[in-house]
Design a protein around this ligand. Structure first.
Ligand SMILES: C[S@@+](CC[C@H](N)C(=O)[O-])C[C@H]1O[C@@H](n2cnc3c(N)ncnc32)[C@H](O)[C@@H]1O
Length: 125
């Protein structure tokens, strides 16, 4: 018999988590500053921890796509972020998705794309 523990939305305040700060200085840069103070946003940041999905690379010709799925609540703020294949994928093939970042949207940040696709746009950011 398998038991499934209830999955609760968690709250997280980076300013209260001492593992993310060192000597009062922020150890990791928060992306919260990219949003306005009046914007009520939830950010899923897998930089330091997360499941295997955080290792999926971007490709300009991806073989999977991402979709929000509502499993344990219909609260739009707490979807499961699910990946589905776009077509048959042979075992051993790297799974990649299109990050769909807006190139030039993060001031001072440029990221070249190395997906290797013939349709590569050359940049992630
Ligand atoms: C979600 S992580 C993917 C896993 C990461 N490659 C790793 O080894 O931990 C996203 C980061 O991987 C890198 N990355 C993913 N796809 C890329 C691509 N097509 N070209 C260049 N860098 C990529 C970028 O540094 C990006 O910020």
């Amino acid at each position: 018999m398998s038991m499934t523990l209830p999955r609760e939305p968690s709250s997280f305040n980076p300013k209260q988590d001492s593992s993310l700060t060192e000597g009062g200085e922020g150890k990791y840069k928060s992306v919260r500053e990219l949003f306005g103070t009046d914007e009520d946003v939830y950010i899923m940041d897998a930089k330091n921890t997360g499941n295997i999905g955080r290792f999926l690379n971007h490709s300009c010709s991806p073989n999977i796509f991402v979709q929000n799925v509502f499993v344990d609540t219909h609260d739009l703020r707490f979807p499961w972020v699910a990946f589905f294949t776009l077509s048959y994928v042979r075992a051993g093939t790297e799974l990649t998705w299109n990050y769909n970042y807006d190139i030039g949207s993060v001031p001072g940040k440029e990221l070249s794309c190395y997906c290797g696709s013939s349709e590569c746009k050359g940049r992630l950011l």
